[in-house]
Write a protein that binds this ligand. Structure first.
Ligand SMILES: [Zn+2]
Ligand SMILES: [Zn+2]
Length: 161
């Protein structure tokens, strides 16, 4: 999937103006870096990537900008079980797969979920703006590594017999 970053930044700036949100070079760079990232980075990871271009940028500025963007609906915070929040630019509807081992977050599409009506209790509760499913498990790569390791241990055990 090709990301038209210039176009995305134009939309971002327009949305900032509409929301009376100050557009600073830092905010643009933070948004750009997040828009280009495919891995749902944390604030810490984004900061490490950004200081290569902006050595004076503080982690605190990254934190504060991200939380402002979330507040204005420009980006989403991905719900995880980790204490570190992970972020992504708000784009087309999708859900998340999270590996409990390597903490990698992958997007997936689930159209039938998107179109499903919510249970009555939820309808009574109020208005739903966005449905996001998070599925936790172990990714294929980690599964294979675990399998290899357990083979390794078994083989080692055999040596001692
Ligand atoms: Zn994994
Ligand atoms: Zn995502």
């Amino acid at each position: 999937m090709k990301i038209h970053i210039d176009q995305e930044l134009q939309v971002f700036e327009e949305r900032c103006r509409n929301a009376n949100l100050r557009i600073t070079p830092q905010r643009i760079e933070i948004y750009r870096e997040l828009a280009l990232a495919g891995d749902h980075p944390s604030a810490e990871i984004l900061h490490v990537r950004l200081i290569k271009k902006m050595p004076t940028l503080s982690l605190d500025t990254v934190y504060r900008s991200l939380s402002t963007f979330v507040q204005y609906g420009l980006i989403h915070k991905v719900e995880t079980i980790e204490s570190q929040a992970r972020f992504e630019v708000a784009k087309t509807l999708h859900h998340h797969l999270i590996c409990k081992n390597c903490h990698q977050i992958l997007d997936f599409q689930w159209q039938s979920m998107d179109e499903a009506t919510m249970p009555d209790d939820v309808e009574k509760w109020g208005r739903i703006d966005r449905k996001s499913v998070v599925a936790y498990g172990i990714c294929r790569q980690c599964l294979e590594e675990q399998e290899q390791n357990s083979h390794h241990i078994t083989l080692k055990g055999d040596d001692y017999e």
